[in-house]
Design a protein around this ligand. Structure first.
Ligand SMILES: [Zn+2]
Length: 324
């Protein structure tokens, strides 16, 4: 029967299409990895490249060990930049009276961030990755005390305490393995001695992304969830709808004058310094994503698409079919 053949053919085509769409984020993760190896950028160029250049002038902070740019941003609080890493990573060190917390471990295994920290505190240091991408976890091997957000997916990665990073979690071949010494529940408060911070689950860039909230200083350390320049919302487990849910939660709880410190540099209205944003930038990101979802924000690029957010940010995401 001819019509049966037609229906069969259509079903196969629909199935193949669904499979293709489901695999697109992984295909493009592979493509970006190959492109990174070839030092080729497959992302659409920004409409205005000057938007991502810091103002000329002396960078804030002091260079330590020829690699780290160490800048005090508040009492007992340091931003540790890596201008040589691409794109310019920032880690944060929070020192209490009894212990210190390091947010992210460094972008490269070639430089040991604990040597830069040794000049700032002698207290025991716990490191917590903001998420599991390579440029946040590469330095974990330099630490003994490693905390990790306690989610079903991170627990599932741990065999006993040993965590094995998947290819797409790490976003590069050759992931590091590490041993977790502390599991931190979402919303759990860590006491550093006369100073406490709360670990928030803030999915969007990845499902296991965290932000560290310090109410006393009105500072939120956002990792790759939010920072000036270009947000990556196209990796396999990033999600636009999750971004919106998380932003709504943050806007409901944060004082309006909170400073948000991200994991990549730089602002375009100052010489290089710790990359900070405000709750208005959170609102702008929400507005931009809602407009991307409704199709009335114009982007550039074909599969990986770049959308404007505001004067400090753009956002990269995928072709609409592969967005969630
Ligand atoms: Zn990331």
């Amino acid at each position: 029967m001819r019509w049966r053949k037609w229906i069969g053919g259509l079903a196969v085509a629909a199935g193949a299409m669904a499979l293709l769409v489901a695999l697109l984020p992984f295909a493009f993760a592979e493509l970006t990895m190959v492109a990174a190896r070839l030092e080729t950028n497959i992302m659409p160029a920004p409409a205005n490249p000057a938007q991502f250049r810091p103002l000329p002038g002396r960078a804030a902070g002091a260079v330590v060990d020829g690699h780290w740019r160490v800048e005090q941003i508040a009492p007992g609080t340091w931003a540790i930049g890596e201008p040589a890493a691409d794109p310019d990573n920032y880690e944060y060190l929070l020192v209490g009276t009894r212990r210190a917390l390091l947010i992210d471990s460094g972008a490269t295994r070639a430089h040991d961030i604990s040597r830069a920290i040794a000049g700032l505190t002698k207290l025991p240091v716990t490191v917590i990755p903001s998420h599991l991408h390579h440029d946040h976890t590469n330095g974990l091997g330099f630490f003994r005390d490693i905390a990790l957000i306690d989610l079903p997916e991170t627990r599932a990665r741990a065999q006993g305490k040993e965590v094995r990073l998947g290819r797409y979690q790490f976003a590069r071949p050759d992931p590091v393995d590490f041993t977790v010494t502390q599991w931190i529940r979402p919303g759990e408060t860590i006491d550093l001695g006369d100073r406490s911070v709360t670990i928030l689950s803030t999915p969007g860039h990845t499902t296991n992304s965290i932000s560290v909230w310090e109410p006393a200083g009105k500072r939120l350390y956002t990792g790759d969830f939010l920072y000036p320049t270009t947000l990556y919302a196209f990796v396999p487990d990033s999600s636009l709808s999750t971004y919106v849910t998380t932003i709504d939660r943050l806007l409901a709880m944060l004082p309006p004058d909170t400073r948000l410190y991200g994991a990549h540099c730089c602002r375009n209205d100052a010489p290089p310094q710790a990359p900070w944003l405000s709750t208005v930038d959170l609102e702008d990101t929400r507005t931009a994503i809602k407009r991307i979802q409704s199709g009335d924000l114009e982007g550039r690029g074909f599969i990986i698409r770049r959308f404007p957010v505001n004067s400090q940010m753009t956002l990269l995401t995928l072709y609409p079919l592969a967005n969630r």
